[in-house]
Design a protein around this ligand. Sequence first.
Ligand code: PEP
Ligand code: MG
Length: 863
Amino acid sequence: MRRAEESLLNHSPENQSDFVLLAPLTGPMVPLVEVPDPVFADGMFGDGIGIDPLAGVMVAPCDGVITHLARTHHAVTLRTTQGAEILVHIGIDTVELAGKGFTPKVEQGASVRAGDVLIEFDADYVAQHAPSLVSVIAVANSDAFEVVSRAGRGMLRAGESQLLVLRGKDGVKADAARSTSNVTEEARRSVTLGQSGGLHARPAARAREAARGFDAKVEVRFNGRKAPIESVVGLLGLGAGEGATVELLGVGAQAAAAVEAVAAELLREAHGEVEEKPARTRSPAPVAVARDTGTPLDPNTLAGVCASAGIAVGKLVRWDDNDITPPEQATGTSAAESRLLDKAIAAIDAELGETVRTASQRGAVGEAGIFAVHRVLLEDPTLLDAARDLISLGKSAGFAWREAIRAQIVLLSNVEDALLAERAADLRDIEKRVLRALGLTNTAARQLPDEAVLAADEFTPSDLSSLDRTRVTALVMARGGATSHAAIIARQIGIPALVAVGDALHAIPDGTQVVVDASAGRLEYAPTALDVERARLERQRLAGVREVNRQTSQEAAATSDGRTIEVAANIATIDDAKIAVENGADAVGLLRTELLFIHRQSAPSAAEHEESYQSIVGALSGRTAIIRTLDVGADKEVDYLTLPPETNPALGLRGIRLAQVRPDLLDDQLRGLLAVKPFGTVRILLPMVTDSGELVRLRKRIDELAAEIGRTDPIQVGVMIEVPSAALLADQLAQHADFLSIGTNDLTQYTLAMDRCQADLAAQADGLHPAVLRLIKAATDGAAKHGKWVGVCGALGGDPVAVPLLVGLGVTELSVDPVSVPGIKALVRKLDYPLCRQRALDALALESAQAVRAASREIWPLD
Ligand code: PEP
Ligand code: MG
C-alpha cells in the first residue's frame, strides 16, 4: 500500500489504459480496510478507498455518466468513459436517513465533468445521525478494472487531489465492462431465523435458490463469520441455529429485491422439512432412552439413543475403517485433473438425480430430500474453488476433492449446533461418492456375515443405500443423532438403529457378538448366553406376534360381539398400495396425493393425475380407495408450487383453501379422479374443510366436471374432520357428505393449539386429550343423524391405546400405516363394543390425555 501511495504522487501513466480518479470529497484519506463497515472494508463493493469528509460537497471524480443516483440521495454511481463503474457512497448506513440531509445536484443519466458538484450534504446532520461520515469510493466492476495506485494518508481536496489510478484488466474490453450492471445498490437487513434447526441444509439450499436470477451479490453474516449465498457449505459453516439473527448484505442493481427474497425464505417456518423431521406423521419419533432414565447400566453395556426401534443379535462389523486415500500428486496436467473431477462430479450428480427421482416415486420423501441436498453440495462454489486451487498446485483430483471437503468438515464440527454438525456426514458422503467415481476404492466389496450389526462412527446415506439389507440386522453409530439422515433411512428400511453410543463403540473388536436393543437404547457387547437367548426370544416373540396377526390379516375384522370395523391403509405410492394389499388392508382409507407429486417441477396435468390413480387402483385388486385432493401448504410443501410466504401457514392457504387462489390445480385433479375406472372404486376426500358452504360449492364443481366428461355415475365425496369447526358442525357437513374421515393429526394440533411439528410439544400434543375426544364424539354424533359413517385416518387410528376408545365413540373405519394393518385387525377382534362404548364415554370426563391413556391401558393392556 505504501509503495502505491508514493507512486501516485508522481504518477505518469506508463500504460495507455491507465486513468485517474480525483478525490470527490475534501478530507483525510482512510484506507479501505479501516472503513468502519465490513461490507466496504472487505471489498464487497469492490476495491477502493475512503475519505473522512470535512465539507458537505461531493464532486465527480472524473468525466462520465451518472448511471445511478440512490433514491435516498446518499450515493451515486458514475460510469467513466473507459467503462469503470465508480461508486461514491457518503457515510455509513446513510440509506437509513431516507434522504434527509442530502441534496442531489444532478439527475440520473446526466453527463458530468470531473469536479462538477453531484451531491451537497449537511455534514453535521449526517455525522450526528449515521454511524460514521467516512465515505467510500469503490470500483464496482473490479473484475474489469484494477487499482494500480492510490493516494497516501493525508488531506485530499475535492476535484483536485489525485485519488486512484485505474487500469483495465487484461482481456477485459471496455465494452464488456460496460455491459455489466451499471447500478450499484446496497441493501441489508437482519433476519431472525424461523426455520426449526436454523440455517441447515434445506433452508440454505432454498435461500440460495431465492437469490438466483437477481443481479446482486448476497452475503450472509453471523457471529463474525460470513458466507456468500451461493455456498451452502459456507452457510452451514456459519453455525446459525434456530432463532439466530443473521445479517444479509446485498450489492448490485437488484440488491434490495435479492435480500428481500432471501429474507422471506429464511423467515418462513420449516414446512414439512423432510430433511430433519421427516417422520412426524408417518413413523414414531425417535426417543432418547436409557441415557435419560438415570437407570444404572449393566456392565458391558453401552447406552445410545434409539433411532429406529427393534431388537437384534449379531456380529459387530466395523464399516468405516476403510477410508479411501487418494494419491496426493497429480499424474496428469492440472487441466486434465480438473476435467477428471468435473466428470466424476457430473456422474454423481446424474446418479443422485436418479436416486431422488425413484425415492420420490416410492414416496420416500425423507430419502429424496436428503439426496437432493447432496446434489446442491456437489455444485457448491466453496468446495469447487478450494478443490480447483489445490489442483492448480499440482495435486490430484481425488486429493484436492478430499481436502476441500475435509476443510469444511472441520469448520462444521466447530459449530456448536448438533443439527449442523450432523451435516458433516453428508459431506463425508459426497466425498466418498466422488472418490469412488474417480475410480478410487479400497473397499473390495465387503462380504458381510449373516446377522451383521454394522458399526460406524456415523453412516452416510449412500452407505445405507448400497447395503445388502438382507444380511444387516442392526446399525450402531458412535456419533450421529436421531435426526441424522442415516437414522431417517434406517427407520424407512426398518432396521433397528442406535446412535450416539460414543467412542467406546470403537473399542469393541470386529466380530464380537452383540445384542442391540434399540428400543431400550442399549448395546450389550459381552452378552451372556442368557442375554443372547432372551434377545433372540424377544425378537422371535415380536416376529411371532406379527406372523400370527398376518395369518388372519386378509379377513375382515369385527369386535367379539360382531361390529365390523374396516381396517384400511394410508398410502402415498403404488408401492405402498402393494404393501397394503399384502398386509390385508380392506381398502385404502387415505391416499395423500400431495406426496405422490411432491418433487415435481410442474403441477401434474389431469391426465397425469388419472394415470397415477388408475395404476394405484389397479394394484388394489378391487379394493376401494379414498383419494384426498391435494393438501398442500403448512407442513406439506411441494416443489412446483411456490406459495407466497405466510406468517402462520398452518392457519393459511392450505388444503381445500388453496383452490381460492389456484382453482386450476383442483380442477385438474378432480378431472383425473372422475376419470378413474371402474367408477365407484374411487371416493374423493376433501381436506381442511371448515363448514358446509365449502363442501356444497365443491360438490357442485365436481358435478360440473363430471358432466363435462359425460360421467353420470355418482362419485362419493367425504370430508376430513381436522378443523374443530368441522367437528362441531359435523351434522351439517354429514347432510351433504357421503362420509367423514377424522384427521386426528391436525384436529389435535388445532384443538390444543400445539404445532404438530414442534418437537418440544410432541408428548403433550396427544390426540387422546379429552377435548379432542369430545370433538370426535361430536363428529360421530353429527354423522349418525344422517346415517353416514365415520373413519379415522390420522395417526391416532393406528395407536393401540386409542383404538378401543375410537371404536367406542362410534368410528367404524380405521386407516393406518400399511404394516400396522394386521396388528390393528387383531386388536379389534379382541374388543367388546359395549365395553368400548362405556369406557369411551367415561374417558370424555377425564381431565388429561395421560389419564385417558392410563385408563385405556388398564382395561386393554398392550401385548
Ligand atoms: C390428519 O391431519 O390427521 C391427516 C390424516 O392428514 P395429514 O396428516 O396428511 O395432515
Ligand atoms: Mg391433516
